[in-house]
Design a protein around this ligand. Structure first.
Ligand code: COA
Length: 254
């Protein structure tokens, strides 16, 4: 599909978010395409590394809010949850290039990437509370672990955005680069990884992740259940309708 471009070369599969006029917000179809691309990359012995990238102006504005209203993902096998389980358990290295807004899943998916290169314009945010829903992608587990509880509370309870410098300080970003160079840097790093022995990459990633993989996957499911329920409730309906109507939400009655 043209909203997601998939290209494989030199042992690297690149997944490009390509819905820039809508700030690369994810529809269910886009999650499905990413989940399928990850499965194909996992099964293909010639693929050693996956890269996720947007362009120099935007990584992703998170879930497509209109799609959420019309097509809420309530089943455990919905494309979004297939994508989340796929990226969390992906055995090969994943490199991400992030520029501009990285909202919601645009930030939380990075906790499942191994190397993250950010443009100096990158702005991360997880505004789930402001949308009347709750964290996803095991971010309720992984954000406090990475940032410490109080900084996680600012990010997850307040929904405060944070810029590339702060993301690097907490360890979410490896390096900050000019936005026009982020994709090239990620590609170069991916090619360096692809030249290394696959068996060692796989085993090293498995060992780094194995301590809490079961817990991460269980948390993705637990969050998905809450998220699916909350999508039908008045707070999220008000938040999403307000976004579509380009007004501030009024939570005084919910
Ligand atoms: N879902 C659906 N459409 C979205 C979207 C989303 N998450 N994010 C942006 N868009 C659309 C806008 O409606 C707009 O469409 P239009 O041109 O048809 O009016 C277009 O993308 C451009 O967005 P705009 O808000 O004008 O761009 P901006 O540069 O001023 O702001 C963001 C960029 C990302 C800060 C802002 O779009 C935003 O806050 N988006 C919502 C993020 C969000 O809450 N995501 C859900 C996380 S779970």
């Amino acid at each position: 599909m043209s909203d997601i471009l998939i290209h494989s070369a030199d042992g690297v599969t690149t997944i490009t978010l390509n819905r820039v006029p809508k700030k690369n917000s994810f529809t269910q179809a886009m999650y499905g395409a990413c989940a399928d691309a990850l499965q194909a990359a996992k099964d293909d012995a010639s693929v050693r590394v996956v890269v996720f990238q947007g362009d120099a102006t935007v990584f992703s504005a998170g879930n497509d809010i209109g799609d959420f209203l019309n097509n809420p993902p309530r089943q455990a096998d919905a494309p979004v949850f297939r994508f989340l389980r796929g990226i969390a358990a992906f055995p090969k290295p994943i490199v991400a290039a992030v520029c501009g807004p990285a909202v919601g899943i645009g930030t939380t998916m990075l906790f499942h990437c191994d190397l993250v290169y950010a443009g100096d314009n990158a702005a991360f945010s997880m505004p789930f509370v402001n949308l009347g829903v709750c964290p996803e992608a095991a971010s309720s587990l992984l954000v406090p672990q990475m940032m410490g509880y109080h900084r996680a509370a600012e990010a997850l309870l307040m929904g405060d955005p944070f810029m590339a410098e702060a993301a690097m300080e907490v360890g979410l970003v490896n390096r900050i680069v000019p936005p026009t160079e982020a994709n090239q840097v990620a590609q170069a790093q991916a090619r360096k990884l692809a030249a290394k022995p696959l068996s060692s990459l796989l085993e090293t990633k498995r060992l780094m992740k194995s301590g809490q993989m079961a817990q991460v996957l269980a948390r993705i499911d637990e969050e998905a259940e809450s998220f699916g329920r909350m999508l039908g409730e008045p707070a999220s309906r008000e938040a999403f309708t307000a976004f579509m109507e380009k007004r501030k939400p009024d939570f005084s009655k919910v």
